[in-house]
Write a protein that binds this ligand. Sequence first.
Ligand code: GLU
Length: 372
Amino acid sequence: MPGTTVRQTVLTRAKRIVVKIGTSAITDEAGRLDPRAVKRLAGQIADVTASGVSVTLVASGAIGAGMGELDLPERPRTLPMLQAVAAVGQGQLMRAFHDALVKRNLRVAQVLLTRGDFEDRTRYLNIRNTLRALHEMGALPILNENDAVAVDELRFGDNDIIAAHVTNMQAADVLVLLSTIDGVYDGDTLLDVIERVDGETLSLATGAKSRLGSGGMGSKLTAAGMVTRAGEAAVIANAHIPNVLKKLLAGENIGTVFVPAKRKLSSRRRWIGQTARTAGQIIVDAGAVAALTKRGKSLLPSGIRLVRGTFEKGATVAVLDETGAEIARGLTNYSAEQLQAIRGLKTSQIAKALGDKPYDEAIHRNNMTLST
Ligand code: GLU
């Protein structure tokens, strides 16, 4: 699908969008929050909102703003210092957006999240409800990672990925990643469109991180891949282009657009496939791989070769082929211990091995999301 088609069929018709702004796009050379940059973006968000599009903003820059507020010459290195600086800066960030938007009669709402808030199904649904209620009352949700509390495995560390989860959570039509780059380059050529994010696309990521933000091109491509696999569009564009948001939604040919998959994944499948934390791995044989990927079948114990990890019934597990490539993720009907006992067995042999056979399938098709 050519870029123009995505722009005309998805971007110009978008009703719900998620905009992610990177740190370097709203801070100045010295790393301080740049009120003019905030004002420019806020003005566009107000215009777009007034035209009937519902916007969720994921704003980085808490650490940058905190550095400015505290007069720090450089970014601290230790985690507690970074957390403290983010705590100082987050308020500044919100104030800047508040001051810029109150004049346009838009209220702002701060939502700070950690990885666990997405991985826990109940908290995930709570966030979705809160965002819906905020949009209903006409307030702009402004999201960021809860840097003051998130450490190590609790942490995404990257707002591109948070923005992708939030796009999928709300089934927003487009994820707009705004930073200080024009889009994805292949050598010197700015790509108009990327049809599909795969390993080759990810190798386009230079790895070079911008000086202040923590998300390089790799995380942007990963985020775009998460969104397009769920059936929504993504675009990477330069925040410094005047009226970039309005231009994108008018279908103008700027940035790099990503083509959504033909079929939209259901909300539950998005969560199973991309958001839930996996508690273990099931390695399956070639027959099971074909049944899952080509014939749309459930996973039966007969195709299971190995089980890794300790998990209970109902846990999210990754299904891998024998080379270690991930095929799918799903909710298991049996614990790791039970699967160990029934792996490789025919359906008719399960009851004898376990003393009971509550399910034919190890993972039912309805509880499974293919990974590619
Ligand atoms: N949460 C960080 C901040 O507000 C930014 C993370 C990122 O740049 O992706 O400073």
